[in-house]
Ligand binder design. Sequence first.
Ligand SMILES: N[C@@H](CCC(=O)N[C@@H](CS)C(=O)NCC(=O)O)C(=O)O
Length: 196
Amino acid sequence: MNQRTLIIYGFETSNNIKVRLALEHKGIPYEFRTIEPTDRDELVRVSGQFLTPVMVDGDVVLFDSGAILRYLDANYRDTPKLYGHSHSQQWEIEDWERFGRAALAEPMMSLVHARVRGQEVTPALQEEAAANFGQAIAKLEQRLEGRQWLVGDEMTAADITCAAVIYRIRSSGVLPWPDGVPRTEDLADRLMALLG
Ligand SMILES: N[C@@H](CCC(=O)N[C@@H](CS)C(=O)NCC(=O)O)C(=O)O
């Protein structure tokens, strides 16, 4: 497939980093078009909705980071797989991907969405988010004991999803970073090295 250049529209957020990690891991050339978060006219013209990332690959237009990862696996078959090599492995990857999108990302999203809505981010809301994030990180740290990857023996969509969220939380300082989570930090560092 493909003489054309795949395009991603986005800006610096976990879901955009996730898609870029997948493209780098697969070695698929792409152009990243940075949008201004306060001006989404082009995004809406291209994709008919408001959120990033958006992918354009020839005639195919997609939004939602998880949908884009699945599209890449289904259509770029001669590149490293993101969703495993067996039925049961795919289920396990999807379980950890769900964890990355829900328990791990939710504390950050609750604060970001409150700010975007103009709601007051109270100390109580912040404390609740920090406590929930601490619990999610503890689960990840435990899972990574004695293993390099969340599922199987190679990088998958599970690692990419969690690493992008971890990187974003750590670099933005939106939540206090917990002590004593070296395996989680190492996973994020190894994946972020893909972006140079
Ligand atoms: N389910 C979507 C969520 C997309 C999403 O929430 N995108 C954020 C950036 S990560 C966004 O554009 N938020 C709108 C805003 O910032 O106002 C995905 O996984 O791609």
